[in-house]
Structures are given as structure tokens and as C-alpha cells.
Design a protein around this ligand. Structure first.
Ligand code: FE2
Length: 255
């Protein structure tokens, strides 16, 4: 089977290019299942019911998020209502929503786990202990982990930690695609960051001049999404659905 993972979709530009191209990408790569990181899919970042609907309508099977999952007040209630919308699993007990889901494609089941790193991000529960507990509850070998983290070291460590335990560990959050895709231990597809689907000439999707001003003067600025042309970043993971073994991981970059 082939699974498509789309890296952090940013704002209108990201949603627009993906809605135009996703159907053909799925056809071209013979995709059976699609995961989209949608934590910045709303205009002004975060996720809203409107941007969630856009991602579902264009063909997402599961939507993952990260540190911006609860950024928008419009998102309140969304995580409890939608089983295929995930927030990081290592949020404290009692936080709205769920951190993993198992989708039954009859007879194949696909589990998707969303985890967040704790280096240079909020101090959530330890993601390593968290994934241990989750793996005990999952009854399929086809397990895909979106590890939303800032530090490359934390992502690499998680990849090795989950080697031979899951089908893929796919990093998100930095919006910069890395070229270190590999199959760990002959079983687990890994990439440090799948990249961003959004305005290409930008700083993580934001107008570069605004970020330069912020970094130069350290005075408040309003983030505005770049109006430059967008591109699509992601990966395709091919896997054997009986064993959960990944056989290939390929990066996608489309302009
Ligand atoms: Fe993020």
C-alpha cells in the first residue's frame, strides 16, 4: 500500500494549491491513504472548522496537528467531534480530543499517532513514555507517527526509538523539508521533516520582511501570510500491510 503524508499546510495558499493538485498526486502515486498536517491550515495559523472542512473535502483521511492545535477559539469542540482530527497525544490528560486513531479500511487497519517534541516547545508529557503506552493499545502493525518537533536531535532519537516498532516516523513543524529519508532497520520509514505546503518564498509561510523586522528590532509585528506562489512538500511511504514494514519512502516537492 502507499501512504501520502503532506507536510504542514499553511493558510489559504497551502489549501489552494493542495486542493488543485491532490487528486492527481494520489493518482500518480497510487495512494491508498492520506495524512495531512493541518495545524496551520487556517488563515493566520491554527486550524478552524472551515480549514478542517477544506482538507477533508480535498481528500485527507486523517489530519494531524501540533503546537498550534488549540490556537484558535473556533477550534474548541472540533477535537471531540472528529475522530480523524488529532492533537498531540502527549497533551495532559483531560485536554480535549485524542492523540491517535485507528482507521479500519477492512481488512487493513491503519493507525495514526500524533506526538509533539518537548525541546524548544511546550513542556508536554514525555513523548517517549507516551508512545510506549499508545503502542500497547494499537492492534495493527501499520502505524504512522507524526512527530511534531523543533529539534532534529529529538526527532532522530524518536526515529531510532521506534525502529521496527512502527511503519513510519515522519517529522513536522520546522516547515523545511530534510533530505535524510531512510528506512530504519529494514522496517521503519523515517524523515526528520516532511516540509511545508505553502508559500515558497517566505519564512515558514510568513512574509519574509516581517520576520526580518522582528528578528532585527525585537519589536512586535503582525504575522501576515506571504502572497508568493506556493509549493507542496510531503512524502510517500510504501509498505507491506501484513507486516507493517515500510519498503520505500520518497520525498515529494511540487511547485
Ligand atoms: Fe508547529
Amino acid at each position: 500500500m502507499n501512504l501520502l503524508f503532506i507536510g504542514d499546510v499553511v493558510g489559504n495558499a497551502g489549501c489552494e494549491i493542495l486542493s488543485k493538485r491532490l487528486y492527481n498526486i494520489k493518482k500518480e502515486y497510487d495512494i491508498d491513504f492520506t495524512i495531512i498536517n493541518g495545524e496551520n491550515s487556517a488563515q493566520g495559523n491554527g486550524i478552524t472548522p472551515q480549514s478542517y472542512d477544506k482538507l477533508i473535502r480535498m481528500g485527507a483521511d486523517v489530519i494531524t496537528t501540533g503546537n498550534h492545535c488549540f490556537k484558535r477559539k473556533e477550534a474548541v469542540g472540533m477535537y471531540s467531534e472528529n475522530e480523524i482530527l488529532l492533537r498531540p497525544a502527549n497533551y495532559p490528560d483531560g485536554a480535549e480530543g485524542r492523540g491517535f486513531t485507528v482507521v479500519d479500511l477492512c481488512p487493513v487497519k491503519i493507525a495514526v499517532v500524533n506526538l509533539m517534541g518537548t525541546m524548544y516547545l511546550e513542556s508536554l508529557d514525555n513523548p517517549f513514555f507516551c508512545i510506549d503506552k499508545i503502542l500497547e493499545q494499537i492492534d495493527t502493525p501499520n502505524i504512522f507517527v507524526d512527530f511534531h518537533a523543533e529539534a532534529t536531535s529529538e526527532k532522530k532519537a524518536m526515529g531510532f526509538y521506534l525502529e521496527k516498532k512502527v511503519t513510519a516516523v515522519i517529522g513536522t513543524h520546522t516547515h523545511v523539508q530534510t533530505s535524510d529519508e531512510t528506512i530504519l532497520g529494514g522496517h521503519t520509514a523515517y524523515i526528520t521533516d516532511a516540509g511545508m505546503t505553502g508559500p515558497e518564498r517566505s519564512v515558514l509561510g510568513v512574509e519574509s520582511e516581517i520576520i526580518i523586522k522582528k528578528l532585527k528590532y525585537h519589536t512586535p509585528v503582525k504575522f501576515v501570510e506571504s502572497s508568493n506562489p506556493a509549493s507542496i512538500n510531503g512524502v510517500v511511504v510504501s509498505f507491506d500491510e501484513k507486516s507493517g514494514k515500510a519498503t520505500n519512502i520518497s520525498r515529494i516537492i511540487m511547485h
